[in-house]
Every structure is written in structure tokens, then in C-alpha cells.
Design a protein around this ligand. Sequence first.
Ligand code: ADP
Ligand code: ZN
Ligand code: ZN
Length: 731
Amino acid sequence: MIAEVIVDITNDQVDKVFDYIARPDTVAGERVTVPFGKRYITGYVLRLKEKSDLPSNILKPLGQPKDDYPVLLPEFLALNDQMRATFHLRNVDCMRLFIPTQLRNDKAKPLYIRFIEITESFNDVELLSLVRKNATKQIELIKYLRPDISYPQAELNRKFGANNVAKLLELRVVRQITSQKLRAPKFTSREDKKVTLTPAQQKVVDSILNNREHEHLIFGVTGSGKTEVYMRIISKVLEEGKNAILLVPEISLTPQVLSTFTARFGENVAILHSGLSDGERFDEWRRIRLGEARIVIGARSAIFAPLENIGAIILDEEHDTSYKAESNPRYITHTVAKIRGEYNHCPVIYGSATPSLDTFYRAKKGEVLLHTLPNRANSKPMPSIEIVNMCDEMRTGNTGIFSGKLLEELDKVVSENNQAMLFLNRRGFSSSMVCRECGYVAKCEDCDVALVYHKADNLLKCHYCNRRYKALTNCPKCGSSYIRMGVVGTEQVAEEISKRFPGVTVLRMDYDTTKNKNELNNLLEKFGKTRPCILVGTQMIAKGHDFPNVTLVGIINADMSLHFSDFRATERTYQLITQVAGRAGRADKDGKVILQTYTPKHYVYRFASNYDYLGFYAKEINLREVAKFPPFSKIIRVLITSENKDEARATTARLYSPIQDYFLNNREQFLYCEAMASPVTRIEKKYRYQILCRFLLDTEPKITDFIYETVSRDKHPSALVFVEINPSNMS
Ligand code: ADP
Ligand code: ZN
Ligand code: ZN
């Protein structure tokens, strides 16, 4: 037999399948050692076949398997082909998604613990006669050991000395056994809340279970009990002997969410997220692969969990941008879920209070079955959203960050011993330091972006590459000391609030204060038990948190996300407002939202403040249709980066030439096609150029394929080229 093998070479453009002579026991999906040139490297067996097109004398034999089980499920061998066709990925990119890095690098080994047991073959007297009379520690150790107990060797080494334990092993007085320890991540489970489904929830559960081979969208307001619906569906499929995957955005993977699931499903749950240690991640992966875990909860990449016999795949907060992998390997989680759903003949369920326009549009067309949960599970109304016009505040002399109304409501929160959340989508103290005399702006030397001032470390930081710079006291260009701060960030909001509310605990939650998982958990825990308390944060605070004493949410500058040069900016703004607002008034207490804006007339605020998603959708989808933006067209960006500016430009020109010809010959299908410098012209020392195309969907596969082919044909050794489909980040 011949084995078709993918070789694991990442730093190369080798994207081929190689033939090897199979061993008699070779199985598809195994990880093997293969001879490659003069070296031995790792390969993956994709398929077995009768014969090769190559002469048998040049074929080399396959080496030994590296694991006790094939690492790739049969499903993944099929998924590999579909991922390649759909996302134009290389084989090795797929392997990177399917197999944990630790396993691929041979870094993570299963953790074994050594135990020591006394051998049964001797009685006490015989045992003692085996050791020297003056070896007191060894005699002590023999007396210490009970016949029916295994002792961790590490413990005995500590108590009696490793040399003494080794000596007894050598004398065969004791023997060593090893047993494997699975490093499961630890978290506290809370009590499982038993609830009776509302009729609306029951209807959703039933109709999904009655239409398994479909995609479903659960459109339910925040607090409508979508999580409970997911859990019921999971329970049902577990009963049937099947397994389930639940995906949530990384920042929603809070201890709260995890404990809700472990409380109900216990040891059946495996968790995959970026906060796990390498060992934990690898062990969780293996528990899943070996069938020991039946429910996988994780962020985006958990869609590649090696789970067999799947009965449901759920994407919670399906509108979240993190479901789109925007660096290599690029893929869309929804599409992968759909492929796996079809393979397993199981439902794929998307859930959101603010579905992405794409998914809702597909639901409207009937491609996805739509289910609605219009009310909160506890029948409480959504918190009222009050719009405050910050231009009016300025006119009446208030040039500060906070409107009179917001301060008034904060006073109330404090005096009633409740909690508030203040949302601002910018971390740091203030964006940019600008010279008032000459207009100089402090910029990163490696990136074409303004630096952000961080007061706590008194440093300027680049939010693109993390490089740090000394803060300015004088303008380096004209020497003036008249330096102005730019737009406000979370650090400044927290500082101002602390000044205004002395004695009240003010917490800040953003990328800077939550660099590791523990910091985030500690912050959430502290917030949970502090009253009164004001939490200032970026969109991290918008996700999933369920704190019963939050009665006020303040949105400091709602316009911030409106001004991105992204066709989805308004959609994002709508989603953010709704998600943040959903944090208030979740339990018995009423909630209120103060939304500060300089453009109060914008339609997004009218719809968002009335929780009118359908109204917003109708308006926005109409605008997209008229302007021919996705989902009515497709945008492709070819991004070219290189440290060498000429190289970047030359590559761009070379790639653009055939694409432009194609465009000129098919003008009626294109809405747009240009080559230019990217909006951010440099990041991490690399110059950035782009070819931007927008075209009608009718002709879509042909143009897309043409662009991918053009890029893959071109040799560009010192430039990197990426093809992005409908990218959300266009910097
Ligand atoms: P969502 O995921 O839609 O935002 P959750 O599932 O978090 O909503 O539910 C919000 C709250 O309502 C939770 O505290 C949950 O325990 C509660 N809940 C959900 N379903 C019911 C129900 N049928 N009866 C009572 N409480 C419920
Ligand atoms: Zn100056
Ligand atoms: Zn930088």
C-alpha cells in the first residue's frame, strides 16, 4: 500500500502530498516520522491507496507512528479537503488548526507520576536483611511503607532522600509504577440552577430538535435564556449518546459561564481557551480525542476539537468578530461549523441578541431557520436607554468627560449602594500627544500610528506593536512645552471617577489590567462582592457578565466605533450598545443606561435606544443593498507587506497588473478595483500596500479563484501576501 503524506514544514511553501510505502499497520490520520531529503520529519497520513504514479524504486518507506492513536479523526481528513477548497488554505495550515501546537512540536508530553510500592515477595525480616545494617534511612523507609499502598515517589524522595529510594529500587525491595495524570483546568463550580423553560424557550428547543439537519438562529434579547436553551439541547443529545460543541467569544469565557456548564454537566465538559497552560490544553485535547469528554466549550479554535459523533454545534454571540480568524490561517468559524454539522448530520445553532447582518440576512432568505425569544426569561423589561447630547453639554459650559445626567445617576448608584459600569472603547489614558504650537503628533517609529499615553507607567505605547517610548514633556520638533492630550481612554475615566467619588471603589477592566487570566478572574470576583463599586472598561465589560447589583451602565462616547472606515461600523455600534446595555438591571433591580454622543440624531441611536433590532436591520440592509456592500457584494483585499518598501511596491504592481486586466475586461461585474498604500502604511517596520476589489456576487467564485491563483503563482520571497475576504480590519 501507498500512504499519501503531508509533511509538517511550516517555514516553507511546500504544499504537496508525498507518496511513501506504507507499513502493513498504517492507518489514515496517523502522525508519523518520514524520511525527507536527508532528514527525518513529522508527517500526517492523509489517505492510503493501491499504487503511486511514481516508480516504486524512488519511494521511501514510512516511519513509525508517533502516537498510540491516529491524531486525525476520519472527519478531519474530509474537513482538510473542504477547508482547502473554501478558504484556500495549505495542507500544513489545516494541520496547524487541527492539531495542538504542543503536540506538533513534540513539546507537551503526557504527565506521568511515579509511584513506589513495596514488593510482595519478601516478608519484613527478609526485606530488612536486604539492606545494610547501618543504612538507617533505608530501614526507616521500609518500615514506613504499607503493603497495599502506592506512594508518590516525589514524596518519598523528599522524606527519605532520593538516593535511598533509588537504592531500594536497585535492590528490588520496592518497585516503581507510573500512572498518567490528566491536568484538568480547575475552577469552582456553582450550584446548578433548576428552571422550568418558558413556553417560548420550549418552542425553540423543540423546533431545533425536530429540524436537526439545519442551521438555526436563536435571536433572543440579552437575558432571554438562550444559555438555558443551549443546555437543554446539549442534555438531549448527550442522552442520545452524542456529543456537543459550544463556542463563545474568548472574553466571554469567564469563570461564571464555565461554572454554569460544569455545574450541570460535570466531568463531561472539556474546556479550551487561551488561558490554559500548554499541558492543560494538550490534556484537554486528548481527553476529547479519546472520548473522555463529551462537551467541548471553547473559543473560536475549539471548532476544531477532535470530538466524534457530534449532536449539536452552538455558536453563542454569533455576531462577535472573533469568529473570523483574520490572521493566517484565515477562516470563518460559521462556515467550518456548517461543514462539521453536515458531516455529523447535526444542527448548527447561532445565538445572539444582535445577530450579524450576514446571518440575519441568511435567515430572512430561509437558509437559516429563525427562532425568536423576544422577552427576558424573568419578564423584566430591558433597561431604558437615555441619549445625552454632549454638544449641549459643551454649550452649557461642561467640557468634561461626563454629562450632568451621568454624574447624577452615578450619585444615585453610590447612595443606594449599587454598582455601575462605564464603557469606553479605548484603553490607556489618552490617545496621542499633540504639540499645540507646531502640530507634531507622537508616532511609533515602526508603525504609522499615533502613540497612546499610559499614565500609570508614564509611557507612550504603540497599540499595534507594543513598543514603548518615554512620555513627552517638550515637543521634539519645536521644543514647545505646550503639549495637548488627545481622546480620552479608560485610564483617564477611572482616574476622574476616583477623584469625583472619593471612597468609592473604582475598578478598571481592559487589556492592560487583565493580561493574564487570573487578573481578569480576580477583577470580576472583586467587582462581584464590592458595593458600591464603579467598573470602567473596554468592550470586555460588554460580554456575558451577570451581576445582579448593576443598576447603571454609562456609555462614555458611543460615537467612537462609528468612525471606523469599515462598512460594518454602524452594525458594530448597534451591537456594542445593546450588549453593554444588557449588563444593567438583570435581576430584581431596575437598570438604566446613559448613552453620551456628539451625534444624537444618528439612526443607530434611535434604533438601539428602543431595542429595535428589526428596525435597525431593515434600515441597514437597505443601505447595504443600495450601496452594494456585503452581503450584496464581496470585498477582497490583497495585503502586501515587506520591510523593504520597494519590494512591497513592486510586488503590489506585479500582482495588480493581471487583476487590473481582469477588471478592465469584466467591468460590469466589478464595483471597484484599485491598488494603493494601506490606511496604516507601516506596522512593525513592515510597509503595507493593498489591492482592493469589490464586485457583484453573481460572478464571485470566478473572480475569487482568479485572485487566489494570481497570488499563489507569483514568487515574492521578501514580501508577505495575504488574501482577505470581507475583512473587518482594514488598517
Ligand atoms: P442569555 O444567554 O439569553 O443572555 P441567560 O441564559 O444568561 O440569557 O439567562 C438570563 C437569566 O435568566 C439567567 O440568570 C438564567 O438562569 C435565567 N433563566 C433562564 N431561563 C429561565 C427560566 N425558564 N426561568 C427562570 N429563569 C431563567
Ligand atoms: Zn511642536
Ligand atoms: Zn508600533
